[in-house]
Design a protein around this ligand. Sequence first.
Ligand SMILES: *Cc1c(COP(=O)(O)O)cnc(C)c1O
Length: 390
Amino acid sequence: MKKSTIAIQSPFPHRDAYGAIAMPVYHTDAYEFDNASVMADAFCGRINEPDYSRITNPTVIHLENRVKALTGARDVVAVNSGMAAISNVILTLASAGRNIVTSRHLFGNTFALLSKTMTRFGVECRAVDLLDEEQVEKAVDDNTCALFFEIITNPQLEVADVAMLARIAHKHNTPLVADTTAIPFTQFDAHALGVDIEVVSSTKYISGGATTIGGLIIDYGTIKDFDERLRRDTLMNFGAYMTPHVAYMQTLGLENLEARYALQSANTVRLANLLRTLPQIKEVNFVGFTDNPFHTRMVSQFGGSAGAMMTIDLESEQACYDFLNALKLVKRATNLFDNKTLAIHPASTIFGPFTPDQRKAMDVKETTIRLSVGLEDVDDIFEDIKQALQ
Ligand SMILES: *Cc1c(COP(=O)(O)O)cnc(C)c1O
């Protein structure tokens, strides 16, 4: 079946007692067992029945199964946020004395996790330019427990050569971990590109209507013991499993992801081209432009569409603030890939806690506005941006 069919039709683990066609929300902490030995089997993982909702829950399993069917992964674990997905993967792979190779061009909290939080536990962070093969070769060694990258960095909008990263990682038996939040996993095959473990903030494209925070860990089964350690150690002991109501909302989001993405990514191409005609905008950065330096790589790796994120550069920081303050339709908000168009000034918000020097090292500029393009009519979005610039 095609992905748009799988996203809607993949079956429940058990038929609902009443034949409900939407997955019921199992708002329960615990599950009763027929007898003590079945209970022992469930607790020890010898049978696959839920025992406690910090560890597994039928509504969450249903979402996990759909993502498994869509990606061909060996296992999918749904957690409380994108950051929980990232931290649970890192906590499963890392130990004191080992290192993580990554880039300074990362989501702000991910960079803080790797460069601050994890270093308190004796895990070294090696931030290099992941576009530079020589630097990556030099940084990865047999003590590297993860090579971590984002498929399109934000807000720089860089696209790394995934096959190059995979070749270097695998030479050292190092897992290649990709944050693929920027393009839905239905659009490309991360495993075929050499990714071992995919992490996704399902808060973004999957949730769609900006209803819920969530994260997905998509495990292709190529790292020895990873799934066992993730499920039976990290997930149980850190307790970040997704809650059933969130899984319900995100399953609904997943059902119409393909339709939303087709419209949203097409809207973004149209809007980006319109914004290029405005004299107040110094630069429009969008990987979907055919003259963008990463365009060819993006097409060959991620299936041809560039997502719904772009940045625009204005004259000054003050011009960015004035622009944001004058918007009437576009929302001043963080988040990405909502149904609604969103605008944010990353330097003073997401990257606000960093020093100006750190922001400079991350290539986060004071003059940049990030736009996440929604499902509204492009003419209306363009009109609002045009009047706000004036
Ligand atoms: C939003 C985001 C995250 C964090 O996800 P949350 O759901 O907010 O915890 C991580 N990586 C990327 C690329 C993101 O856009």
